[in-house]
Design a protein around this ligand. Structure first.
Ligand code: MN
Length: 130
Protein backbone atom coordinates (compact mmCIF):
# COMPACT_ATOMS: atom_id res chain seq x y z
CA UNK A 1 0.00 0.00 0.00
CA UNK A 2 1.43 3.40 -0.99
CA UNK A 3 1.92 5.85 1.88
CA UNK A 4 0.97 9.50 1.45
CA UNK A 5 1.87 12.30 3.87
CA UNK A 6 -0.71 15.09 4.03
CA UNK A 7 0.82 18.38 5.22
CA UNK A 8 -2.02 20.84 5.83
CA UNK A 9 -2.83 23.28 8.62
CA UNK A 10 -6.58 23.37 7.98
CA UNK A 11 -8.30 20.47 9.74
CA UNK A 12 -11.30 20.33 7.40
CA UNK A 13 -9.06 20.10 4.35
CA UNK A 14 -6.89 17.50 6.06
CA UNK A 15 -9.90 15.31 6.85
CA UNK A 16 -11.33 15.69 3.34
CA UNK A 17 -8.06 14.70 1.65
CA UNK A 18 -7.44 11.87 4.13
CA UNK A 19 -10.91 10.39 3.54
CA UNK A 20 -10.56 10.52 -0.24
CA UNK A 21 -7.09 8.96 -0.26
CA UNK A 22 -8.05 6.21 2.18
CA UNK A 23 -11.16 5.46 0.13
CA UNK A 24 -8.94 4.95 -2.91
CA UNK A 25 -6.68 2.55 -1.02
CA UNK A 26 -3.78 4.72 0.14
CA UNK A 27 -2.29 4.75 3.61
CA UNK A 28 -2.13 8.30 5.00
CA UNK A 29 -0.17 10.12 7.67
CA UNK A 30 -0.56 13.78 8.58
CA UNK A 31 1.35 16.88 9.63
CA UNK A 32 0.02 20.37 10.37
CA UNK A 33 2.93 22.56 9.20
CA UNK A 34 6.12 22.40 7.17
CA UNK A 35 8.38 21.72 10.10
CA UNK A 36 6.34 18.74 11.25
CA UNK A 37 6.05 17.65 7.62
CA UNK A 38 9.84 17.47 7.28
CA UNK A 39 10.15 15.45 10.50
CA UNK A 40 7.41 13.03 9.42
CA UNK A 41 9.02 12.65 5.98
CA UNK A 42 12.40 11.79 7.50
CA UNK A 43 10.81 9.33 9.91
CA UNK A 44 8.23 7.62 7.68
CA UNK A 45 9.65 8.00 4.13
CA UNK A 46 6.25 8.37 2.41
CA UNK A 47 5.87 7.59 -1.31
CA UNK A 48 4.27 10.98 -1.85
CA UNK A 49 3.69 14.25 0.00
CA UNK A 50 0.68 16.51 -0.51
CA UNK A 51 2.00 19.86 0.65
CA UNK A 52 -0.20 22.84 1.42
CA UNK A 53 1.62 26.08 0.61
CA UNK A 54 0.07 28.50 3.11
CA UNK A 55 0.81 27.27 6.64
CA UNK A 56 1.98 28.79 9.93
CA UNK A 57 5.38 27.98 11.51
CA UNK A 58 6.89 26.86 8.20
CA UNK A 59 5.12 27.23 4.86
CA UNK A 60 5.13 24.74 1.99
CA UNK A 61 7.75 26.56 -0.08
CA UNK A 62 10.35 26.42 2.67
CA UNK A 63 9.49 22.82 3.48
CA UNK A 64 9.81 21.71 -0.16
CA UNK A 65 13.18 23.46 -0.50
CA UNK A 66 14.43 21.81 2.68
CA UNK A 67 13.26 18.35 1.54
CA UNK A 68 14.93 18.82 -1.85
CA UNK A 69 18.19 19.89 -0.17
CA UNK A 70 18.36 16.72 1.97
CA UNK A 71 19.77 13.61 0.20
CA UNK A 72 17.52 11.44 2.38
CA UNK A 73 14.32 13.05 1.07
CA UNK A 74 15.26 14.76 -2.21
CA UNK A 75 13.62 12.11 -4.43
CA UNK A 76 10.30 11.82 -2.62
CA UNK A 77 7.41 12.93 -4.84
CA UNK A 78 5.69 16.16 -3.82
CA UNK A 79 2.40 17.64 -5.00
CA UNK A 80 1.94 21.27 -3.95
CA UNK A 81 -1.59 22.23 -2.90
CA UNK A 82 -2.19 25.86 -3.81
CA UNK A 83 -5.06 28.19 -3.14
CA UNK A 84 -7.07 29.19 -6.21
CA UNK A 85 -6.71 32.85 -5.20
CA UNK A 86 -2.90 32.65 -4.93
CA UNK A 87 -2.09 32.26 -8.60
CA UNK A 88 1.66 32.87 -8.38
CA UNK A 89 1.97 30.02 -5.89
CA UNK A 90 1.92 27.27 -8.52
CA UNK A 91 5.02 28.57 -10.28
CA UNK A 92 6.73 29.23 -6.96
CA UNK A 93 5.96 25.68 -5.80
CA UNK A 94 7.34 24.11 -8.98
CA UNK A 95 10.41 26.34 -8.70
CA UNK A 96 10.90 25.18 -5.10
CA UNK A 97 10.94 21.59 -6.36
CA UNK A 98 7.36 20.28 -6.36
CA UNK A 99 6.61 17.61 -9.00
CA UNK A 100 3.11 18.91 -9.66
CA UNK A 101 0.35 20.98 -8.09
CA UNK A 102 -3.33 20.82 -7.22
CA UNK A 103 -5.55 23.81 -6.60
CA UNK A 104 -7.99 24.30 -3.76
CA UNK A 105 -10.85 23.77 -3.40
CA UNK A 106 -9.87 20.12 -3.73
CA UNK A 107 -11.83 18.14 -6.29
CA UNK A 108 -11.86 14.35 -5.74
CA UNK A 109 -11.34 13.44 -9.37
CA UNK A 110 -8.42 15.83 -9.86
CA UNK A 111 -6.82 14.74 -6.61
CA UNK A 112 -6.85 11.05 -7.53
CA UNK A 113 -5.84 11.75 -11.13
CA UNK A 114 -2.77 13.77 -10.13
CA UNK A 115 -1.82 11.41 -7.29
CA UNK A 116 -1.96 8.37 -9.59
CA UNK A 117 0.01 10.13 -12.28
CA UNK A 118 2.77 11.22 -9.92
CA UNK A 119 2.94 7.73 -8.37
CA UNK A 120 3.23 6.25 -11.87
CA UNK A 121 -0.06 4.37 -11.52
CA UNK A 122 -1.67 5.93 -14.58
CA UNK A 123 -0.56 7.02 -18.03
CA UNK A 124 1.03 10.44 -18.24
CA UNK A 125 -0.69 13.40 -19.79
CA UNK A 126 -2.57 16.60 -19.13
CA UNK A 127 -2.67 18.68 -16.00
CA UNK A 128 -5.56 18.71 -13.64
CA UNK A 129 -8.98 19.22 -15.18
CA UNK A 130 -10.31 22.73 -15.09
MN1 MN B 1 -3.11 26.41 4.70
Amino acid sequence: MKKILIVEDNEKNRILVRDILQHFGYETIEAINGEEGIRMTQEHKPDLILMDMQMPVMDGFKAIKALRADPGTEKIKIIAVTSFSMKGDREKAIEAGADDYLSKPINTRNLIKVVRRILGEEEKGGGEER
